[in-house]
Design a protein around this ligand. Structure first.
Ligand code: 7UC
Ligand code: FE
Length: 293
């Protein structure tokens, strides 16, 4: 693609380059046409890394997110950046001496917001403080998983629907001190009751189908007896999580990553004890339904 001062340099995946890479992007100058191109790249190629950006510039980051889609503030406010509710803070680093956001998020295979009726279109993330140790996000391409799913297994899940919830991942907050666990659980279940989605979805932009389950959030195959559902899900999760399907995406200073949340599941890497890590996430919707009917 031609490069001029106002046009970013976009490199498509190819040999030795598993994802889309973008250089020279002015985050504040993304017009509708370029935004459509940048969305399309994520729909088709799934992961996009925008390099060379200033991690201090939250306003530019937000401007870029707003150009690409519609930011959705996380449904629990204790994850929010104190000044920007659209920014989800995953951090073990105090800001101005105060705890901010939540530490250790996303450490399970999942799709963001799959426990709601409308899962997110894109997740955008940028490292703010990188630990000395390697930090990465792991991804599984659920289109490829569906393609390679053995016929017998595919036959058992095709046409089914699954219940998703985030019930195992409630993060205790300061306000929970002295409250009974029963009360916390009841409140949590009411705030995020879960949602039912097709086990196989069709991407509204590409028409490609993908398996749509994750060990973190998918709890039950609807209309199957519990034991049969548990066994089927276990087999599907084990199939998905084979190392050959897992892409390890390293985090680098100055990068902004965004990805297609419809066709990928992801998993955060852990931060070694005593090391600092902080990232800012922005969740985005687009104008399309989650799955084509
Ligand atoms: O703290 C976390 O790991 C957040 C998770 C339960 N939800 C992320 C999401 O957007 O679905
Ligand atoms: Fe996530």
């Amino acid at each position: 693609m031609a490069t001029t001062s106002s046009q970013p340099d976009i490199r498509l995946p190819g040999p030795g380059r598993p994802i889309v890479e973008v250089d020279g992007l002015d985050l504040r100058a993304v017009g509708p046409e370029l935004a459509a191109t940048l969305r399309r790249l994520a729909y088709e190629h799934q992961i996009v890394a925008v390099h060379g950006q200033d991690p201090e510039d939250v306003d530019a980051y937000l401007a870029f997110a707003r150009a690409l889609g519609t930011p959705e503030p996380y449904f629990q406010a204790h994850y929010h950046h104190p000044e920007h509710p659209e920014v989800f803070v995953s951090s073990n680093v105090p800001l101005d001496g105060k705890k901010v956001g939540v530490a250790g998020t996303g450490r399970m295979w999942h799709c963001d917001y799959s426990f709601f009726e409308r899962p997110l279109a894109f997740t955008m993330i940028r490292p703010i403080v990188l630990p000395r140790a390697h930090r990465e996000t792991l991804f599984i391409d659920m289109r490829r998983v569906l393609d390679e799913l053995p016929d017998a297994l595919r036959g058992r899940i095709e046409g089914r629907r699954c219940l998703h919830d985030a019930w195992d991942y409630y993060k205790v907050q300061p306000k929970d001190i002295d409250r009974a666990i029963r009360e916390l659980i009841d409140e949590w279940h009411e705030a995020a009751p879960g949602a039912v989605h097709p086990a196989i979805v069709t991407h509204p932009a590409t028409g490609q189908r993908n398996l749509f389950v994750s060990r973190g959030f998918t709890k039950r195959v609807v209309d199957l007896p519990e034991e049969e559902s548990d066994a089927l899900l276990e087999e599907l999760f084990d199939f998905c999580e084979q190392e050959r399907f897992v892409h390890h995406q390293p985090w680098a200073e100055g990068d902004i990553l965004y990805w297609d949340n419809r066709s990928l599941i992801h998993h955060a890497s852990t931060v070694p004890k005593g090391e600092s890590s902080c990232s800012f996430r922005i969740s985005l919707y687009d104008d399309l339904p989650f799955s084509r009917a």
